[in-house]
Ligand binder design. Sequence first.
Ligand code: ATP
Length: 360
Amino acid sequence: MGLILTEISKTFKDFKVQVDLEVNDGDLTTLLGPSGCGKTTTLQIISGIIKPDSGSIILNGNDITLTDPWKRDIGIVFQDYALFPHLKVAENISYGLKRKGTGKKEITEAVRNYLKLVHLEGYGERTIDSLSGGEKQRVALARALAPKPGILLLDEPLSALDASLRKNLRREIRRIQQQLKLTTVYVTHDQEEALTISDSLVIMNQGGVEQHGTPPDIFNRPKTRFAADFLGHSNLLGGKITAVEESSGITVRINDKTEIYTPYFPLFKEGDPVWIFFRSGRTEICSYEKAGGNVLPGRLLLKEYYGTHTLFEVDINGTIIKAESRHPLSPEKKELTPGQEVFVSVSGEYCYLMERLSRI
Ligand code: ATP
């Protein structure tokens, strides 16, 4: 049945969180946004640590808005593990079960099963300070899962770990969550983590939900300028529609000398101010004029190496366009140098128009 937050609001001295959110049963939904946008506050409202000023929280069909945190049927994993340092690994995992009054035999069996699930068989008698950061977080996960909660909340669970460990553990978390079909809310400010782990993604900004959708939805069809800018390198150019032809498409003027053509879409008419959005990964760069698509002449401003790809920034008559080329680069692209004349091209089918509202 999942989780439903309706008109939740919480005001601190100079910050307000206002959230409506639905998490489908068995889905992993990620709250993604910059520092201070209200992700942790939202998670703490779900867990009961923070009481909202108004709104309701329904978890698996039950209204838990006024329920005490420890009666909410929730498992939580924090960034800093928050394990009990004086208890051994097995005692940490069995803590929630003992509080529930579970029998000794079931506890022993559950501890064995959850240690196996997080790949820590044989670690039950270890002390917490003998564990690595990754192992501690696995214990924290097992501890949160052992009482079989109705929902799992994870607050930046990987941010204290190094890059390669983060990748392994996030795959483990996803494997376990899918195996248990456990409704989960995951908080992160890491875009790659959010895109790879989630069934659905909530982009948060200044205490509110900017957009909620599947990762491909948000990546390819951002609804606001903030969502477009936040996920990966993209181009979001202000423009004005100068022609709309059902047969040939829409023409958008992005500056005095440059027009971009996109396919016809009935929502738009001549004269409309719009944002035109396309991913830099869909944009080609070349030192000579190629046929096909929107081919725009300009001057190369910047060339940045990113390991898996190179990012180019090109000045097209005063408008900056980003193009991303995956490695290995062709010999011709390797030679491109800032300052030289180049052409960027993007096919109209990758260009997505948004109404240019005053708020974005
Ligand atoms: P981060 O990624 O840095 O953890 P976040 O998106 O999780 O950020 P929150 O921790 O939810 O953000 O904080 C959102 C805002 O609410 C911040 O400006 C914070 O200072 C404020 N805030 C959070 N808790 C309280 C509190 N108890 N009293 C006053 N202000 C608070």
